[in-house]
Design a protein around this ligand. Structure first.
Ligand code: SF4
Ligand code: SF4
Length: 279
């Protein structure tokens, strides 16, 4: 049993964040039937499905149907979103019986030239959802993964959250603050996306394929949610069973490589995210 499968329900996004590498892959959105086929193959094999790789999952035109399909299969759903469509999709999300967690990348707003009044409206909308969702038992993580990057707006964002959640914030994990029940603020360093054109970074270890893998919008299986170009193709879940893909030669070499601290894949040796596991 693996912990998470990241499903790219669409690779289209409504933002253009300055730090986002984007993708050169064809723009594609999974149909509900394709999504259900993926769920069928993941059922019993993963604990959580995360709707995100590239793209904005809340922009999927049949989001309500996707959430119903996940609920019908008893699959717990986590979503990572840039937060800009939360107000529009709030009722759909709050009606989803197996919605477990929503992570909001507050740092995504930094790359989109937000005028102060737009930024305030964005925060109000994110808060409007976060407040209701946390009260209903959905975990909400507000992310500021921009340490070492464009941190200049963090002070205003934190002041906004202090107004909404006065009192002492506990820090159960370094950089992660519990604002109230089910509601967290997470700080982390900005990271460099893996890229075949990036310099080698001496990456040694990663949890890719150990506790997670990704399914791109065309069914391609990759080892993690950061392989934005689909460089490490392990198989295709639209046409193959999951076991066959995870027991394939390339997947086996990848797991072995990380166990020996010698990644088998060139992309992994150029991954700025996995560098955080080598400390
Ligand atoms: S919201 Fe995510 S996918 Fe969209 S541009 Fe920003 S980082 Fe890229
Ligand atoms: S090292 Fe980077 S690219 Fe390789 S599996 Fe891990 S997160 Fe993905």
């Amino acid at each position: 049993m693996l912990k998470k499968a990241y499903i790219e329900v669409t690779n289209r996004c409504n933002l253009r964040c300055a730090f986002c590498p984007g993708t050169k892959r064809e723009a594609r959105t999974m149909s509900p039937a394709e999504f259900d086929l993926v769920l069928e193959k993941l059922q019993g094999a993963v604990t959580y499905v995360y709707l995100h790789v590239m793209g904005e999952p809340l922009a999927h035109p049949q989001l309500a149907q996707l959430l119903s399909l996940a609920a019908a299969r008893g699959m717990k759903v986590c979503i990572t979103t840039n937060g800009t469509l939360l107000a529009r999709q709030a009722e759909t999300l709050l009606a989803a019986p197996t919605l477990h967690k929503v992570s909001v990348s507050l740092h995504s707003f930094e790359g989109n030239d937000g005028a102060p009044e737009r930024e305030r409206r964005y925060l109000d909308e994110v808060w409007g959802f976060a407040d209701r969702a946390a009260a209903r038992g959905v975990i909400v993580a507000l992310r500021l993964w921009n340490e070492g990057g464009a941190e200049e707006r963090n002070g205003a964002i934190e002041a906004f959250l202090r107004e909404k959640c006065p009192g002492e914030w506990r820090e159960p994990r370094s950089g992660s603050f519990r604002l109230r029940e089910n509601l967290y603020l997470e700080h982390a360093k900005k990271f460099d996306w893996p890229d075949l054109d990036a310099p080698e970074r001496g990456t040694q270890f990663c949890y890719g394929l150990r506790d997670q893998f990704g399914v791109l919008a065309d069914g391609t299986v990759v080892p993690c949610c950061l392989d934005h170009e689909g460089d490490i193709v392990l198989g295709n879940l639209f046409t193959q069973p999951l076991d066959e893909i995870l027991q394939g030669e390339r997947a086996h070499a990848l797991r072995e490589g990380f166990s020996r601290r010698r990644p088998s894949e060139e992309l992994c040796r150029r991954c700025g995210f996995a560098a955080r596991f080598d400390r």
